[in-house]
Design a protein around this ligand. Structure first.
Ligand SMILES: NC(=O)c1ccc[n+]([C@@H]2O[C@H](COP(=O)([O-])OP(=O)(O)OC[C@H]3O[C@@H](n4cnc5c(N)ncnc54)[C@H](OP(=O)(O)O)[C@@H]3O)[C@@H](O)[C@H]2O)c1
Length: 145
């Protein structure tokens, strides 16, 4: 069912997983929440009047909206969980050779072919997330890339 939701890049997955785990995270404090966003957050705005892009769907803008939502969600978590020992970070991993391209339209696929030699392997792409998982001093709610 979650996969049906993701088709339009609503990206409730980050929110739902956090919501389901939140009491466990609090009991396990100090603990960290790391959300994967993207530099693509700058492609979108939050369209409250058509949040699921039902009236007007554009894949690039919808993806940008979902990635911007990941950042706002992380900042909100940092505020709401202040003093609980649970901290939150949001990451742009770089451009990584994963299966993400299966969702790309022709224009993005052509761009992908051009930039591919400069992209990261999954191991390289995981480094910023690992850094946010283990580095002792980080700024709660911040965006790392
Ligand atoms: N790759 C990049 O260059 C890049 C750049 C910036 C940001 N990111 C972000 O990094 C994150 C991971 O992307 P990726 O590149 O690793 O993509 P990916 O290879 O397509 O992997 C995405 C994973 O998420 C799972 N998934 C997708 N929708 C889901 C849902 N609604 N509920 C539960 N699981 C779901 C997929 O499961 P299935 O395999 O079962 O479908 C898959 O395992 C994403 O948030 C993406 O926006 C990636």
């Amino acid at each position: 069912m979650l996969h049906d939701v993701s088709v339009k890049h609503v990206d409730v997955g980050h929110f739902l997983l956090t919501f389901l785990l939140i009491e466990l995270l609090k009991r396990s404090a100090p603990s960290r929440i790391i959300n994967l966003s993207s530099m693509a957050h700058s492609w979108g705005t939050i369209r409250l009047d058509d949040i699921n892009s039902e009236r007007n769907y554009h894949s690039r803008r919808a993806y940008g909206q979902s990635k911007l939502a990941n950042i706002l969600f992380t900042r909100s978590l940092a505020r709401k969980l202040k003093d609980t020992g649970v901290t939150s970070y949001v990451v742009h991993p770089g451009i990584v050779r994963t299966e993400l391209k299966r969702h790309m339209n022709l224009g993005l696929l052509i761009m992908w072919k051009v930039v591919r030699p400069f992209t990261k392997t999954p191991v390289q792409g995981a480094q910023t997330t690992i850094y946010c998982s283990v580095q002792p001093e980080l700024e709660n709610g911040a965006y790392y890339r």
